[in-house]
Design a binder for this molecule. Structure first.
Ligand code: ZN
Length: 138
């Protein structure tokens, strides 16, 4: 695909350099059939370097995941070659089934069908904790 001219799709811009791959993984973009491009270490005036993800399809992206990985990112929806929507990202209060608790003694390790839920407990420090065992998310 021509990464500069998406006709219909989603562009996640202003990703902190180095977080593009993590976002790609957590958004499950590897499971898509359409073209997805990750452009790393793009020179950006105000941020120094940034990553960009371009998805060549109009798919719903999980804004909670983006807010968790990188609340400074922006999401642009492209339709008919035009920018039709710009979404601002906020850190979500809760994360459901985005990340897994790493505590081997956590009930979620035993009860496989339980949802993995994390709550934002410290916004300034960006700390999320498991609601079951209070283990901090990495
Ligand atoms: Zn836990």
């Amino acid at each position: 695909m021509n990464i500069d001219s998406i006709q219909n799709g989603v562009v996640i811009d202003h990703i902190t350099a180095g977080r593009g791959m993590k976002l790609y993984d957590l958004l499950g973009l590897d499971k898509l059939d359409c073209s997805v491009a990750i452009i790393k270490n793009v020179n950006s005036g105000k941020m120094g370097k940034k990553d960009i993800i371009k998805i060549d399809a109009e798919i719903p992206v999980n804004l909670d995941v983006i807010g968790y990985v990188d609340p400074g990112a922006t999401v642009n929806i492209i339709h008919g070659g035009e920018l039709t929507e710009k979404r601002t990202i906020e850190m979500p209060e809760t994360l459901t089934n985005v990340i897994k608790c790493k505590n081997p003694r956590c009930i979620t390790s035993v009860e496989q069908e339980l949802d993995h839920i994390f709550k934002l407990t410290d916004k300034a420090e960006k700390v999320y904790r498991c609601i079951y065992c209070e283990t901090k998310a990495k």
